[in-house]
Design a protein around this ligand. Structure first.
Ligand SMILES: Nc1nc2c(ncn2[C@@H]2O[C@H](COP(=O)(O)OP(=O)(O)OP(=O)(O)O)[C@@H](O)[C@H]2O)c(=O)[nH]1
Ligand SMILES: [Mg+2]
Length: 239
């Protein structure tokens, strides 16, 4: 198994470094590549830390400038660059707990197509999360669960590991945060074997969220469109 870890970065410095340190301390054998993806808006301080990490781990960590815009664009570019047998999607703001990665990897070794983290199955999975957002998140999850006939409890959390073919063969469309939902729903429609691992989300202490509140409603468009789309149209034409 070789894992490509994707770390999108905008304004994280110590959080980015800590993420990389935990990833490597706990999963050095499996991680073959870390792609730190920056954009034009990435702060000079965050970029500097990324470059430092790239120098400290030459041959393992690459820092690349995304071509497509926004968070989904960063992930989609990295999906194309990834060379591992598995692709790990997470954040660099410590809201995706790096200590959960070893469990995601362990389950992926059991052969699942996707192992995804859930905030809804741990004791207090949302530390410092806005209560209104948490309430709406719960309602969204229930609606999506019914629509897709799945028992998965957290379809919108962008913290998961995929077998590489699932990221390479699907025709991705979203560029902003709803991409995180798209990466779960398209594989589900295509019959992916998915399992969840509980994890705790902790509000970032550094930098700020780039997700807009009203943008949350775009998730419904993604969910309905994907649910009723022809399965062949979910795949890239050449795959
Ligand atoms: N390269 C790149 N990274 C991004 C972009 N937008 C967000 N990120 C990073 O992606 C990760 C997740 O983004 P956040 O804005 O924290 O979004 P979130 O945690 O899903 O949403 P919240 O629940 O609102 O915090 C963070 O590490 C961000 O720095 C982008 O346009 N380009
Ligand atoms: Mg965040």
């Amino acid at each position: 198994m070789t894992v490509t870890a994707i770390l999108p970065v905008t304004d994280e410095t110590t959080s980015l470094r800590k993420t990389v340190e935990i990833l490597l301390a706990e999963n050095r054998r499996e991680i073959s590549e870390i792609l730190i993806v920056r954009c034009q808006r990435t702060t000079p301080a965050a970029w500097a830390v990324a470059e430092e990490l790239g120098r400290e781990h030459a041959g393992l960590i690459q820092v690349r400038l995304q071509q497509r815009p926004f968070l989904g664009g960063a992930m989609r570019d990295a999906f194309e660059w990834a060379s591992g047998s598995h692709v790990l999607m997470m954040a660099s703001d410590l809201e995706t707990d790096p200590a959960t990665v070893k469990e995601l990897i362990a389950k992926a070794k059991d052969g699942y197509d996707i192992v995804t983290a859930t905030r809804w199955k741990s004791e207090n999975g949302f530390r410092g999360y806005n209560p209104l957002k948490r309430f709406l998140n719960g309602i969204f999850q229930t609606i999506f669960r019914v629509l897709y006939g799945t028992t998965l409890s957290d379809l919108t959390y962008g913290f998961r590991i995929f077998k590489r073919e699932w990221v390479k063969t699907i025709a991705w469309e979203e560029l902003r945060h709803p991409f995180l939902l798209e990466t779960m729903l398209k594989p589900l429609r295509l019959g992916a074997r998915v399992i969840e691992i509980p994890s705790t989300w902790r509000a970032r202490t550094e930098g700020e969220s780039h997700n807009s509140f009203w943008g949350n409603f775009v998730y419904f468009r993604v969910a309905f469109k994907t649910r009723f789309s022809n399965k062949r149209r979910l795949l890239k034409t050449n795959s």
